[in-house]
Write a protein that binds this ligand. Structure first.
Ligand code: AMP
Ligand code: GLY
Length: 423
């Protein structure tokens, strides 16, 4: 098969790495890819958001299957447009992608089908939002409805903070049209976990649980990022909790989406708060997490391409998925200054030494080739991934990999996995 992977991050490198191992994959293309992806796939210079150019390319090159990494092209209908041209694709339709693209769409589905989540109200007018806030006697979270690059969520500890958040989104329009509608919801307390499932419209197959580290510095301090590291599985999600999540949350969501005329296909990434009253949905994403995808791919012990294809063709029920009975852990190396201002173009070396460590794989997240030299080309730059029998073993190995990388202008957290180790 000729397979095209859309995207340029660590998630897409991990997907390419796993897909390339499939005997079914004859040609692997990536748009736009990065320096690591270029070692295993042919990189095409088309941006992941350029839906018309991607469709045109896939048609012209007779691509058999397109795997979409990031959410933006999904929300913009890339899968619908490919399927209209007879090209199979992994990922939800534009309508189903509203589960991530619109928080009000997502919350309304959960409310309509009684799926556990935080209490909420939506507003398109700041005064009404503030009146609602005054009536709440516990802290709230203010969220922009649309995609706001992960920044449209403000946890408010008191009324003044909540009012400021409303003004920021609705009056100063900090996120543009994404803040035309806002949600005010109850602040939930508990431990946060991610849960992934492959879905083919009807059937959901649980992938695994994972926990990421959003804050930039050790001890979960400093501003939030796209994720500084992750591990899978997470010990918080016991077998009983796993089953509860499937029965109370994932399966009802799949049924709801089908009933709403937007059957869900692709990977469903559920952000959950494990509260005293059980698991409740924080958010849905319609794509793999980054860096969670890196640890999922590292543990996957079946043919990934077959599994992703089954989502597109409605044949998941017949597909067996096996996991390595190991923990995988990824440490993200980022450019000094990230998530604030950072430099691009700094040289990175030591890849061969890191790769020589058994059990270590270095995924590129934001790199490019400058002649023979790999240079940094983003905020999150590498995802050093390792597998081991225990969280501790995987962690030790991943940091061995990190220490083999020579990049004075980069940094990483030194405590990835701490929650699991504390248990
Ligand atoms: P979201 O994009 O909606 O997942 O929000 C980003 C992050 O904000 C989540 O990963 C949580 O850490 C936090 N968060 C969002 N909503 C809530 C909530 N209702 N209660 C507590 N924390 C929340
Ligand atoms: N690491 C979190 C995300 O991909 O949204």
């Amino acid at each position: 098969m000729k397979v095209l992977v859309v995207g340029s991050g660590g998630r897409e490198h991990a997907l390419c790495w796993a897909i390339a191992k499939s005997p079914k994959c004859k040609t692997l293309l990536a748009a736009p890819g990065n320096a690591g992806i270029a070692e295993i796939a042919e990189c095409i210079d088309i941006a992941a958001e350029d839906v018309p150019a991607l469709v045109k390319f896939a048609v012209a090159e007779k691509v058999d299957f397109v795997v979409v990494g990031p959410e933006a092209p999904l929300v913009d209908g890339l899968v619908d447009k490919l399927e209209a041209k007879g090209i199979k694709a992994f990922g939800p339709s534009a309508k189903a992608a509203q589960l991530e693209g619109s928080k009000t769409f997502m919350k309304d589905i959960l409310a309509k089908y009684d799926i556990p989540t935080a209490e909420y109200e939506t507003f398109d007018e700041p005064d009404a939002a503030k009146e609602y806030i005054i009536k709440q006697d516990s802290p709230v979270v203010v969220k922009a409805d649309g995609l706001a690059a992960g920044k449209g969520v403000i946890l408010c500890h008191n009324r003044n903070e909540a009012f400021a958040a409303i003004d920021h989104m609705m009056i100063e329009r900090a996120f543009g049209a994404a803040g035309d509608e806002v949600l005010v919801e109850e602040l939930m307390v508990g431990e946060e976990v991610s849960f992934f499932a492959l879905v083919d419209g009807e059937t959901a197959v649980p992938l695994a649980s994972a926990q990421d580290h959003k804050a930039v510095h050790d001890g979960d301090t400093g501003p939030n990022t796209g994720g500084m590291g992750a591990y899978s599985p997470t010990p918080v999600v016991t077998k009983a909790l796993h089953d509860q999540i499937m029965i109370e949350i994932i399966n009802p969501t799949i049924k709801a989406m089908a009933a709403e005329g937007a059957p869900y296909k692709g990977v469903l990434f559920c952000g959950l708060m494990i509260t005293e009253t059980g698991p409740r949905v924080l958010e849905y994403n319609v794509r793999f997490g980054d860096p969670e995808c890196q640890v999922l791919m590292a543990r996957f012990d079946s043919d990934v391409l077959t599994a992703l294809l089954a989502c597109a063709t409605g044949t998941l029920k017949k597909t067996k998925i096996k996991w390595k009975d190991e923990t995988a852990l990824v440490v993200v190396m980022a450019a000094n200054g990230y998530p604030g201002k950072y430099a691009k173009g700094t040289p990175i070396n030591g890849f061969a030494n890191a790769a020589a460590i058994k059990g270590v794989t270095v995924f590129h997240a934001g790199t490019k080739a400058d002649g023979d030299q790999v240079v940094a080309n983003g905020g999150r730059v590498l995802g050093v991934t390792a597998t081991g029998k225990t969280v501790k073993a995987a962690q030790t190995l991943a940091y061995k990999g990190v220490d083999a990388i020579e990049w004075p202008q980069g940094f990483c957290r030194r405590d990835i996995g701490w929650r699991a180790l504390k248990r």
